[in-house]
Design a protein around this ligand. Sequence first.
Ligand SMILES: NC(=O)c1ccc[n+]([C@@H]2O[C@H](COP(=O)([O-])OP(=O)(O)OC[C@H]3O[C@@H](n4cnc5c(N)ncnc54)[C@H](OP(=O)(O)O)[C@@H]3O)[C@@H](O)[C@H]2O)c1
Length: 300
Amino acid sequence: MRILTFGQTGQLAKALKRTQPGYFELIQLTHQQVNITQPQLINEALARYQPDIIINCAAYTDVERAESNATQVMQTNVDAVRFMAKAARQYGIRFIQLSTDYVFDGLSSLPYTVHQTPSAINVYGQSKLLAENIILQQQSSQFCIVRTSWLYHHSGKNFVTTMLKLMSQAHHSAMLTQGLISNINVVNDQTGSPTMVDDLAHFLWKLCLQKQWLPIYHWSDAGMCTWYEFAKEIQSQAEALGLIPATITLTPVTSEQYNSRVKRPTFSVLDTSRSQSILKSKTWQQQLAQCLYARSLNKD
Ligand SMILES: NC(=O)c1ccc[n+]([C@@H]2O[C@H](COP(=O)([O-])OP(=O)(O)OC[C@H]3O[C@@H](n4cnc5c(N)ncnc54)[C@H](OP(=O)(O)O)[C@@H]3O)[C@@H](O)[C@H]2O)c1
Protein backbone atom coordinates (compact mmCIF):
# COMPACT_ATOMS: atom_id res chain seq x y z
CA MET A 1 0.00 0.00 0.00
CA ARG A 2 1.39 3.38 -1.02
CA ILE A 3 1.02 6.31 1.37
CA LEU A 4 1.79 9.90 0.43
CA THR A 5 2.36 12.71 2.91
CA PHE A 6 2.64 16.42 2.30
CA GLY A 7 4.91 18.38 4.68
CA GLN A 8 7.97 16.13 4.92
CA THR A 9 9.95 18.16 7.48
CA GLY A 10 7.23 18.35 10.14
CA GLN A 11 7.09 16.48 13.45
CA LEU A 12 4.43 14.02 12.34
CA ALA A 13 5.87 13.39 8.88
CA LYS A 14 9.22 12.52 10.49
CA ALA A 15 7.50 10.20 12.98
CA LEU A 16 5.75 8.39 10.12
CA LYS A 17 9.13 7.87 8.50
CA ARG A 18 10.69 6.57 11.75
CA THR A 19 7.85 4.15 12.42
CA GLN A 20 7.04 3.07 8.85
CA PRO A 21 6.13 -0.65 8.75
CA GLY A 22 7.92 -2.51 5.94
CA TYR A 23 4.72 -3.44 4.14
CA PHE A 24 3.87 0.21 3.42
CA GLU A 25 5.54 2.30 0.76
CA LEU A 26 5.92 5.88 1.97
CA ILE A 27 6.30 8.87 -0.33
CA GLN A 28 6.99 12.15 1.45
CA LEU A 29 6.96 15.47 -0.35
CA THR A 30 8.64 18.58 1.00
CA HIS A 31 7.20 22.09 0.99
CA GLN A 32 9.73 22.88 -1.76
CA GLN A 33 8.54 19.98 -3.90
CA VAL A 34 4.82 20.66 -3.43
CA ASN A 35 3.54 23.90 -2.03
CA ILE A 36 0.06 22.71 -1.09
CA THR A 37 -1.45 26.12 -1.78
CA GLN A 38 -0.85 25.41 -5.50
CA PRO A 39 -3.62 23.05 -6.72
CA GLN A 40 -1.82 22.07 -9.93
CA LEU A 41 1.17 20.84 -7.89
CA ILE A 42 -1.11 18.66 -5.77
CA ASN A 43 -2.72 17.26 -8.90
CA GLU A 44 0.62 16.57 -10.54
CA ALA A 45 1.94 14.81 -7.43
CA LEU A 46 -1.13 12.59 -7.12
CA ALA A 47 -1.12 11.75 -10.84
CA ARG A 48 2.57 10.92 -10.68
CA TYR A 49 2.69 8.86 -7.47
CA GLN A 50 -0.84 7.40 -7.47
CA PRO A 51 -0.97 6.74 -3.73
CA ASP A 52 -3.64 4.64 -2.07
CA ILE A 53 -3.86 7.06 0.86
CA ILE A 54 -2.88 10.69 1.49
CA ILE A 55 -2.00 11.63 5.07
CA ASN A 56 -1.93 15.41 5.13
CA CYS A 57 0.83 16.33 7.60
CA ALA A 58 1.33 19.80 6.14
CA ALA A 59 -0.20 22.77 7.92
CA TYR A 60 0.42 26.27 9.17
CA THR A 61 0.92 25.32 12.84
CA ASP A 62 2.33 28.43 14.49
CA VAL A 63 -0.66 29.28 16.69
CA GLU A 64 0.81 32.59 17.85
CA ARG A 65 1.78 33.92 14.40
CA ALA A 66 -1.46 32.67 12.85
CA GLU A 67 -3.30 35.53 14.55
CA SER A 68 -1.62 38.10 12.32
CA ASN A 69 -1.32 35.90 9.18
CA ALA A 70 -4.90 34.79 8.69
CA THR A 71 -4.74 34.85 4.88
CA GLN A 72 -1.74 32.54 4.70
CA VAL A 73 -3.21 30.32 7.42
CA MET A 74 -6.49 29.94 5.50
CA GLN A 75 -4.65 29.23 2.23
CA THR A 76 -2.51 26.51 3.85
CA ASN A 77 -4.98 24.97 6.28
CA VAL A 78 -8.27 25.35 4.40
CA ASP A 79 -7.91 26.04 0.66
CA ALA A 80 -5.20 23.39 0.27
CA VAL A 81 -7.36 20.79 2.02
CA ARG A 82 -10.20 21.64 -0.38
CA PHE A 83 -7.84 21.07 -3.35
CA MET A 84 -6.58 17.79 -1.86
CA ALA A 85 -10.07 16.51 -1.12
CA LYS A 86 -11.22 17.31 -4.66
CA ALA A 87 -8.18 15.64 -6.23
CA ALA A 88 -8.42 12.65 -3.88
CA ARG A 89 -12.03 12.09 -4.95
CA GLN A 90 -11.11 12.47 -8.60
CA TYR A 91 -8.29 9.89 -8.37
CA GLY A 92 -10.10 7.58 -5.90
CA ILE A 93 -7.49 8.13 -3.19
CA ARG A 94 -8.34 7.78 0.50
CA PHE A 95 -7.56 10.82 2.62
CA ILE A 96 -6.62 11.35 6.30
CA GLN A 97 -6.66 14.96 7.49
CA LEU A 98 -4.89 15.83 10.75
CA SER A 99 -6.70 18.18 13.08
CA THR A 100 -6.42 19.57 16.56
CA ASP A 101 -7.89 19.88 20.05
CA TYR A 102 -7.90 23.64 19.32
CA VAL A 103 -11.13 23.22 17.32
CA PHE A 104 -12.82 23.26 20.76
CA ASP A 105 -13.47 26.35 22.85
CA GLY A 106 -12.28 24.74 26.09
CA LEU A 107 -15.40 25.48 28.12
CA SER A 108 -16.02 21.82 28.91
CA SER A 109 -14.59 20.10 31.96
CA LEU A 110 -14.98 16.62 30.50
CA PRO A 111 -12.94 15.17 27.61
CA TYR A 112 -14.39 16.18 24.22
CA THR A 113 -15.99 13.30 22.35
CA VAL A 114 -16.02 12.86 18.57
CA HIS A 115 -19.74 13.73 18.65
CA GLN A 116 -19.40 17.15 20.24
CA THR A 117 -19.79 20.28 18.14
CA PRO A 118 -16.52 22.19 17.93
CA SER A 119 -16.21 25.95 18.27
CA ALA A 120 -12.72 27.36 17.81
CA ILE A 121 -11.48 30.50 19.57
CA ASN A 122 -8.34 31.40 17.61
CA VAL A 123 -7.34 31.73 13.96
CA TYR A 124 -5.41 28.45 13.85
CA GLY A 125 -8.32 26.53 15.44
CA GLN A 126 -10.82 28.18 13.11
CA SER A 127 -8.78 27.23 10.06
CA LYS A 128 -8.51 23.61 11.18
CA LEU A 129 -12.24 23.52 11.85
CA LEU A 130 -13.02 24.82 8.36
CA ALA A 131 -10.79 22.07 6.97
CA GLU A 132 -12.67 19.49 9.04
CA ASN A 133 -15.92 20.66 7.49
CA ILE A 134 -14.50 20.09 4.00
CA ILE A 135 -13.71 16.49 4.95
CA LEU A 136 -17.09 15.90 6.59
CA GLN A 137 -18.90 17.29 3.52
CA GLN A 138 -17.42 14.43 1.48
CA GLN A 139 -19.69 12.06 3.47
CA SER A 140 -17.38 9.21 2.60
CA SER A 141 -15.88 6.37 4.61
CA GLN A 142 -12.73 6.95 2.50
CA PHE A 143 -12.11 10.35 4.18
CA CYS A 144 -11.46 10.93 7.85
CA ILE A 145 -10.21 13.42 10.42
CA VAL A 146 -7.72 12.56 13.16
CA ARG A 147 -7.63 15.13 15.94
CA THR A 148 -4.63 15.17 18.21
CA SER A 149 -3.04 17.44 20.84
CA TRP A 150 0.25 18.70 22.29
CA LEU A 151 2.62 16.73 20.00
CA TYR A 152 6.21 16.17 21.13
CA HIS A 153 9.30 14.08 20.52
CA HIS A 154 12.77 13.99 22.07
CA SER A 155 14.20 15.93 19.12
CA GLY A 156 13.01 18.88 17.05
CA LYS A 157 11.17 21.91 18.39
CA ASN A 158 8.32 21.18 20.77
CA PHE A 159 7.34 21.78 24.40
CA VAL A 160 9.58 19.03 25.83
CA THR A 161 12.74 20.05 23.97
CA THR A 162 12.02 23.73 24.66
CA MET A 163 11.65 23.04 28.40
CA LEU A 164 14.86 21.00 28.49
CA LYS A 165 16.68 23.81 26.70
CA LEU A 166 15.26 26.50 28.98
CA MET A 167 16.09 24.47 32.09
CA SER A 168 19.71 24.06 30.94
CA GLN A 169 20.04 27.73 29.90
CA ALA A 170 18.47 28.90 33.17
CA HIS A 171 21.04 26.82 35.03
CA HIS A 172 23.93 28.40 33.11
CA SER A 173 22.68 31.95 33.68
CA ALA A 174 22.19 31.11 37.37
CA MET A 175 25.84 29.95 37.49
CA LEU A 176 26.93 33.24 35.92
CA THR A 177 24.98 35.21 38.51
CA GLN A 178 26.68 33.40 41.43
CA GLY A 179 24.44 30.43 41.89
CA LEU A 180 21.09 32.16 42.15
CA ILE A 181 18.21 29.78 41.63
CA SER A 182 16.66 30.37 38.22
CA ASN A 183 12.99 30.50 37.50
CA ILE A 184 10.81 29.50 34.54
CA ASN A 185 7.15 30.55 34.35
CA VAL A 186 4.76 27.95 32.97
CA VAL A 187 1.04 28.30 32.27
CA ASN A 188 -1.10 26.38 34.73
CA ASP A 189 -4.65 27.14 33.60
CA GLN A 190 -4.73 25.19 30.33
CA THR A 191 -5.37 21.47 30.57
CA GLY A 192 -4.78 19.02 27.74
CA SER A 193 -3.15 15.71 26.87
CA PRO A 194 0.43 15.43 25.64
CA THR A 195 0.96 13.13 22.67
CA MET A 196 4.23 11.44 21.89
CA VAL A 197 4.24 11.82 18.12
CA ASP A 198 5.55 8.31 17.38
CA ASP A 199 2.46 6.73 18.89
CA LEU A 200 0.24 9.00 16.79
CA ALA A 201 2.18 7.67 13.80
CA HIS A 202 1.63 4.06 14.97
CA PHE A 203 -2.07 4.85 15.27
CA LEU A 204 -2.16 6.29 11.73
CA TRP A 205 -0.43 3.22 10.29
CA LYS A 206 -3.06 1.02 11.92
CA LEU A 207 -5.81 3.29 10.61
CA CYS A 208 -4.43 2.89 7.08
CA LEU A 209 -5.10 -0.84 7.37
CA GLN A 210 -8.81 -0.29 8.08
CA LYS A 211 -10.99 -0.68 4.98
CA GLN A 212 -13.55 1.91 6.06
CA TRP A 213 -13.24 4.88 8.35
CA LEU A 214 -15.56 6.69 10.66
CA PRO A 215 -15.61 10.47 10.12
CA ILE A 216 -13.56 11.50 13.18
CA TYR A 217 -10.98 9.89 15.45
CA HIS A 218 -9.25 11.36 18.50
CA TRP A 219 -5.72 10.39 19.43
CA SER A 220 -3.54 11.43 22.39
CA ASP A 221 -1.63 9.79 25.22
CA ALA A 222 -3.81 8.75 28.16
CA GLY A 223 -4.42 11.15 31.04
CA MET A 224 -4.33 14.93 31.25
CA CYS A 225 -2.28 17.72 32.78
CA THR A 226 -1.67 21.45 32.61
CA TRP A 227 1.43 22.79 30.83
CA TYR A 228 2.90 23.47 34.30
CA GLU A 229 2.24 19.88 35.44
CA PHE A 230 3.76 18.63 32.20
CA ALA A 231 6.84 20.81 32.79
CA LYS A 232 7.16 19.56 36.40
CA GLU A 233 7.10 15.96 35.20
CA ILE A 234 9.67 16.75 32.48
CA GLN A 235 11.86 18.34 35.14
CA SER A 236 11.59 15.49 37.61
CA GLN A 237 12.19 12.75 35.02
CA ALA A 238 14.98 14.68 33.27
CA GLU A 239 16.75 15.37 36.58
CA ALA A 240 16.58 11.68 37.47
CA LEU A 241 18.22 10.85 34.12
CA GLY A 242 20.89 13.52 34.60
CA LEU A 243 19.71 15.48 31.55
CA ILE A 244 19.34 18.74 33.49
CA PRO A 245 20.72 20.16 36.73
CA ALA A 246 18.58 20.40 39.87
CA THR A 247 18.65 24.16 40.27
CA ILE A 248 15.56 25.38 38.44
CA THR A 249 12.32 26.59 39.97
CA LEU A 250 9.16 26.29 37.90
CA THR A 251 6.47 28.83 38.71
CA PRO A 252 2.82 28.28 37.76
CA VAL A 253 1.29 31.32 36.06
CA THR A 254 -2.06 32.14 34.47
CA SER A 255 -2.50 32.55 30.71
CA GLU A 256 -3.09 36.24 31.35
CA GLN A 257 0.24 36.58 33.18
CA TYR A 258 1.96 34.72 30.34
CA ASN A 259 1.13 37.60 28.05
CA SER A 260 0.19 35.76 24.86
CA ARG A 261 -1.91 37.45 22.20
CA VAL A 262 -3.71 34.18 21.41
CA LYS A 263 -6.74 32.84 23.23
CA ARG A 264 -6.26 29.14 23.87
CA PRO A 265 -8.81 26.65 25.20
CA THR A 266 -8.53 26.22 28.97
CA PHE A 267 -9.53 22.56 28.66
CA SER A 268 -8.93 20.61 25.45
CA VAL A 269 -8.66 16.97 26.48
CA LEU A 270 -9.88 14.61 23.76
CA ASP A 271 -11.94 11.53 24.54
CA THR A 272 -10.00 8.87 22.62
CA SER A 273 -12.28 5.91 23.40
CA ARG A 274 -13.20 5.32 19.74
CA SER A 275 -9.51 4.89 18.86
CA GLN A 276 -8.62 2.53 21.69
CA SER A 277 -9.79 -0.57 19.82
CA ILE A 278 -7.31 0.33 17.05
CA LEU A 279 -4.37 1.10 19.36
CA LYS A 280 -4.23 1.45 23.12
CA SER A 281 -2.84 4.74 24.43
CA LYS A 282 -0.11 4.66 27.05
CA THR A 283 -0.17 7.25 29.84
CA TRP A 284 1.53 10.54 29.08
CA GLN A 285 3.96 9.95 31.98
CA GLN A 286 5.02 6.57 30.50
CA GLN A 287 5.46 8.13 27.08
CA LEU A 288 7.51 10.96 28.51
CA ALA A 289 9.76 8.46 30.29
CA GLN A 290 10.33 6.63 27.00
CA CYS A 291 11.02 9.89 25.20
CA LEU A 292 13.51 11.21 27.78
CA TYR A 293 15.25 7.86 27.97
CA ALA A 294 15.74 8.00 24.18
CA ARG A 295 17.02 11.56 24.57
CA SER A 296 19.51 10.41 27.22
CA LEU A 297 20.89 7.83 24.79
CA ASN A 298 21.55 10.31 21.98
CA LYS A 299 21.67 13.81 23.43
CA ASP A 300 21.27 16.37 20.65
N1 LIG B 1 2.16 20.17 16.84
C1 LIG B 1 1.11 19.98 17.63
O1 LIG B 1 1.18 20.08 18.85
C2 LIG B 1 -0.21 19.63 17.01
C3 LIG B 1 -1.33 19.50 17.86
C4 LIG B 1 -2.55 19.15 17.30
C5 LIG B 1 -2.68 18.93 15.94
N2 LIG B 1 -1.59 19.09 15.14
C6 LIG B 1 -1.77 18.88 13.69
O2 LIG B 1 -0.96 17.78 13.30
C7 LIG B 1 -0.47 17.98 11.98
C8 LIG B 1 1.04 17.81 11.94
O3 LIG B 1 1.60 18.78 12.83
P1 LIG B 1 3.18 18.92 13.03
O4 LIG B 1 3.40 19.31 14.44
O5 LIG B 1 3.86 17.72 12.47
O6 LIG B 1 3.46 20.19 12.12
P2 LIG B 1 4.86 20.91 11.85
O7 LIG B 1 5.96 20.22 12.55
O8 LIG B 1 4.65 22.35 12.06
O9 LIG B 1 5.05 20.65 10.28
C9 LIG B 1 4.24 21.27 9.35
C10 LIG B 1 4.75 20.90 7.99
O10 LIG B 1 3.92 21.56 7.02
C11 LIG B 1 4.78 22.07 6.01
N3 LIG B 1 4.10 23.16 5.31
C12 LIG B 1 3.67 24.34 5.80
N4 LIG B 1 3.12 25.07 4.80
C13 LIG B 1 3.20 24.32 3.67
C14 LIG B 1 2.81 24.52 2.33
N5 LIG B 1 2.20 25.65 1.93
N6 LIG B 1 3.07 23.54 1.43
C15 LIG B 1 3.67 22.39 1.81
N7 LIG B 1 4.06 22.14 3.07
C16 LIG B 1 3.82 23.10 3.99
C17 LIG B 1 6.01 22.54 6.76
O11 LIG B 1 7.08 22.69 5.89
P3 LIG B 1 8.13 23.89 6.12
O12 LIG B 1 8.58 23.77 7.54
O13 LIG B 1 9.17 23.62 5.10
O14 LIG B 1 7.33 25.14 5.87
C18 LIG B 1 6.20 21.34 7.70
O15 LIG B 1 6.87 20.30 7.05
C19 LIG B 1 -0.97 19.36 11.54
O16 LIG B 1 -2.15 19.20 10.81
C20 LIG B 1 -1.30 20.06 12.85
O17 LIG B 1 -2.31 21.02 12.69
C21 LIG B 1 -0.36 19.42 15.64
